[in-house]
Design a protein around this ligand. Structure first.
Ligand code: PLP
Length: 354
């Protein structure tokens, strides 16, 4: 399928590259492709960024049949444009689609769409260290019917947003609240899918954690509320006596691409990785015994976000003196180095735009 390109006749003024606030500014163009049951996916096109016309009866507004992804494009010192693990993001989009009864999208076509769109808007990619172009692919059900069933029409779209360095003032550890009232996901649910409803359902916990002075929550399992799962919209790692622990992929947590990258790099460093369930009791016990050396969250936005403090009921655990740990720093440097082209891409994670 040929991707058609209609360029804007009215380019926007580029934002101040020193003051980019995450997810607030969008580029000049967007990608759209439609789906109908009889035709499959059709009419892939790049058009000027702008509002959509949807009827109030549009299904996504009522039953949230939608999925999304998040990845980034980086500009190297030499001016080359690189995407990180894009195939993996598009495969994960299809896993989410499968769960939400959304038709699959050809991975190669989705990759081509993103590459073409990023090329059209390449002047929007900031160049300074730590900056990037955030890519947000998403799919919505668009039937104009209010009845609970899978939509028979969809739109797959991609929008782009230049983002500044997550760590302008250096990497700062965060305070994380162990959530024991609300749950994010349950076995058999949609926890492993990147679908809007998961995030709408998490807002209240995040809001209450902020009111208590914490920046995010650590989710526990939805059945027993005792096993550690993930942090906000990131996966969680704990270094205990030199061994890395992270929760296994059993359907309730998101299979983060940064999580997978981190596991690969930890193993390369000779660090044992245990993808096993462990309880929050155990975690606090490790801390009391002085064995909890480092803790960090992983995700596309921040890459590595060290956890400096955990709050749980009336307990507080300060981790590594509220400083970033050696392993966390090394993983951060390795991932960002591969992304921005200063380190070798041994695992073929990079797709370069020609
Ligand atoms: C997106 C996301 C992650 C991190 O995934 P990455 O691919 O590393 O960005 C982790 N948990 C949740 C709930 C997420 O939505």
């Amino acid at each position: 399928m040929e991707i058609t390109i209609t360029k804007t006749t009215n380019p926007k003024k580029k934002p101040d590259k020193n003051n980019l606030v995450f997810g607030t500014v969008f580029t000049d163009h967007m990608f759209i492709m439609d789906y109908e049951e009889k035709r499959g996916w059709y009419n892939p096109r790049i058009v000027p960024y702008g509002p959509l016309q949807l009827e109030p009866a549009c299904m996504v507004f009522h039953y949230a049949q939608e999925t999304f992804e998040g990845l980034k494009a980086y500009k190297t010192k030499e001016g080359k444009i690189q995407l990180f693990r894009i195939q993996d993001n598009m495969k994960r989009l299809n896993q989410s689609n499968e769960r939400l009864c959304i038709p699959k999208i050809d991975v190669d076509l989705a990759v081509e769409a993103i590459k073409t769109l990023v090329k059209v808007d390449q002047d929007w990619i900031p160049k300074m260290e730590g900056t990037s172009l955030y890519i947000r692919p998403f799919v919505i059900g668009t039937d104009n019917k209010i009845g609970v069933r899978p939509s028979s029409t969809y739109k797959f779209m991609v929008i782009l947003s230049p983002v500044g360095s997550y760590y302008k003032e250096g990497i700062r550890p965060t305070k994380i609240y162990v959530e024991d009232k609300y749950v994010r996901a349950v076995p058999g649910g949609v926890g492993y899918a990147k679908t809007g409803g998961n995030y709408a359902a998490s807002l209240k916990a995040q809001k209450e954690a902020k009111e208590k002075g914490y920046s995010e929550v650590l989710w526990l399992d939805g059945q027993q509320r005792k096993y550690v799962e993930e942090v906000g919209t990131s996966n969680a790692f704990f270094i205990v006596d030199g061994v890395a622990y992270t929760s296994p992929l059993q359907g309730s947590i998101l299979a983060g691409i940064t999580r997978n990258t981190t596991i690969t790099l930890l193993k390369e460093m000779g660090i044992q990785v245990r993808e096993e369930r462990f309880t929050v009791d155990q975690l606090f016990q490790w801390h009391e015994e002085g064995k909890l050396e480092e803790a960090f969250a992983t995700g596309t936005a921040a890459v590595i976000s060290p956890i400096g403090q955990l709050g749980w009921k009336d307990k507080v655990a300060i981790i590594n003196n509220f400083e970033i740990g050696k392993i966390s720093q090394k993983i951060y440097d390795s991932i960002t180095g591969i992304q921005n082209g200063t380190l070798e891409d041994k695992y073929h994670w990079i797709t370069q735009l020609s």
